[in-house]
Structures are given as C-alpha cells and as structure tokens.
Write a protein of this length. Structure first.
Length: 63
C-alpha cells in the first residue's frame, strides 16, 4: 500500500513525503489521492464522536 505524509513548513507551505518522512517535497506526488480534512471527518463513524448532549460547558470536542 502506498502512503503519503503531509506537514506544514514554517513558512506555511505544504510538504509531502512518500518515503516515511525521510525526504520532503513541495510538489504534490502523482498517483496519490490526498483527502481533505473534511473528507476524513465525514468518513468517521458517528459512534466514535461524542454527542453534544454528553458534554458539559467545561468540555469541548476538537476534530
């Protein structure tokens, strides 16, 4: 299975690695599908996220 790691550089650019973080490039690698954060959040089953009514005012959910 091919995988890609992304991170943000200090100057705000997105960097990509296809070798487990050994090398980094500003070029988006070909042949990889990189989902958006919203796509990832939308794919999570509702059962694993806390329901709003289960949280009181001192708690919050960050996803």
């Amino acid at each position: 299975m091919k995988s890609v790691i992304t991170k943000q550089s200090e100057d705000g650019k997105t960097l990509y690695s296809t070798d487990g973080g050994k090398t980094w490039s500003e070029e988006k690698p070909e042949g990889y599908e990189i989902p958006s954060v919203q796509d990832i959040l939308d794919s999570l089953p509702d059962e694993i996220l806390p329901k709003d009514e289960d949280l009181d005012e001192s708690q919050s959910t960050a996803v």
